[in-house]
Design a protein around this ligand. Structure first.
Ligand code: FE2
Ligand code: FE2
Length: 305
C-alpha cells in the first residue's frame, strides 16, 4: 500500500509588491487579488487542509501547481518556505502552474527555489520521473508565460516526445504511473484562453502508452474524468484550490487521498475526498470511491459514492 495526498492551487497570500514589479501583466493579477481573490484564498483554510493532510501521514504529497499568484520573487521565497512545512523534497512532488509562470522570472529567483521538489530522481527537469516503491510519479510542466488575459498552458514538443517512451518503459517495469500536470489534459471549461493548447497531443500519448492515473489542478474544482476507451480508461483527477473558503454551497478547499494497492494482476486505488465543511472550520470526508486498474492500464471505476 502506498498513499498519496493530492492538493493544488494554494495561491499563497500575495506579499507587498513594489510598483516597479507591477509594470507588466502582473498588474492585472495584482488588481484581481486585491478585488476578490484575497477573499477566496485564505491562509487559515490552507492551514486546516495542511494539518489534515499531515495527520493522515501520507507516504507522498503531490502539489499540482499555482502556489503563486503573479510570480513575484517574494512569492517564490514564500512558496519555498511553505513547501518545507509540507515535507522534504523526497516526499513532496511539485509541478508549476500558470500562476508560477505568470511572467518571465529568472530561474534563481523563481522556480529554481523549488527545484528540489520538482526534479526527477536523476536530477532531470520535465518530464521528471520520481520512483517511490511501486509508484512512478511523472511531473510535466504546462506553465509558460502567456499574454495578458490568458491562463493557457502548453507542454511543447520536447516533453510530449519524451513522455511516450518514458511511460512505456515505466509500464514495462509494472509500476503504477502517476502523471502530474497543472492544466487538465482536456479542453478546460474556460475555453482556449485557459486550456492546455496541446491537450490533444497529450491525450494521444496517454491513450497510446497508458498511465494508471493523471492528477491536475487549475480548475479549482473537484473533477473525475477519463481518457481513452471506456473499457480501459486512464482516470483523471482534479482537486479544488487548497485555500478556497467554503461558499454557501459548501464548495471550498479539498484534497484527495489515494491509497494505492496491488490487487491480483492490477491495482485498486481507494480515493477519499476531504474538504472544508460549509460554515465551519472543519475538514470532513466528502466522498469515497475505488478505482480499479488492470495490469498496466485502467480497467474500470467502481463504487462511486
Ligand atoms: Fe489556480
Ligand atoms: Fe492555474
Amino acid at each position: 500500500m502506498f498513499t498519496i495526498a493530492h492538493l493544488s492551487d494554494p495561491h499563497l497570500p500575495l506579499p507587498r509588491a513594489r510598483a516597479g514589479e507591477l509594470l507588466s501583466k502582473r498588474v492585472l493579477g495584482w488588481q484581481s487579488w486585491r478585488r476578490n481573490r484575497r477573499h477566496i484564498h485564505v491562509p487559515e483554510v490552507l492551514a486546516l487542509v495542511q494539518a489534515d493532510i499531515l495527520a493522515h501521514g501520507p507516504d507522498h504529497i503531490v502539489v499540482t501547481g499555482d502556489i503563486c499568484n503573479i510570480s513575484l520573487p517574494a512569492e517564490f521565497r514564500a512558496g519555498a518556505g511553505w513547501l518545507a512545512t509540507l515535507g522534504p523534497p523526497e516526499r513532496v512532488s511539485v509541478i508549476p502552474g500558470n500562476h508560477d509562470a505568470y511572467v518571465e522570472v529568472e530561474e534563481a529567483a523563481g522556480l529554481g527555489l523549488w527545484r528540489d521538489y520538482m526534479r526527477g530522481d536523476t536530477g532531470e527537469g520535465v518530464p521528471a520521473v520520481r520512483i517511490r516503491g511501486e509508484v512512478a510519479l511523472v511531473g510535466l510542466s504546462s506553465a509558460v508565460p502567456t499574454p495578458w488575459f490568458m491562463a493557457a498552458g502548453r507542454l511543447g514538443e520536447g516533453q510530449l516526445t519524451a513522455l511516450g517512451p518514458m511511460l512505456r518503459a515505466l509500464g514495462r517495469r509494472g509500476l503504477f504511473r502517476v502523471v502530474m500536470v497543472h492544466h487538465p489534459p482536456y479542453r478546460a471549461r474556460g475555453g482556449w484562453r485557459k486550456s492546455l493548447s496541446d491537450a490533444s497531443r497529450l491525450e494521444e500519448v496517454l491513450r497510446g502508452e497508458g498511465a494508471e492515473m493523471v492528477l491536475h489542478g487549475h480548475d479549482h474544482r473537484a473533477a473525475l474524468g477519463r481518457i481513452g476507451e471506456p473499457a480501459r480508461p486512464v482516470p483523471v483527477l482534479g482537486v479544488p484550490s487548497a485555500s478556497a473558503r467554503a461558499d454557501e454551497h459548501g464548495h471550498g478547499a479539498a484534497w484527495n487521498l489515494y491509497r494505492i494497492a496491488r490487487e491480483g494482476e492490477g491495482w485498486r486505488v481507494g480515493v477519499t475526498v476531504r474538504g472544508v465543511a460549509a460554515g465551519s472550520g472543519r475538514i470532513e470526508t466528502k466522498g469515497q470511491f475505488d478505482l480499479l486498474v488492470e495490469g498496466a492500464r485502467q480497467a474500470g471505476i467502481s463504487n462511486a459514492a
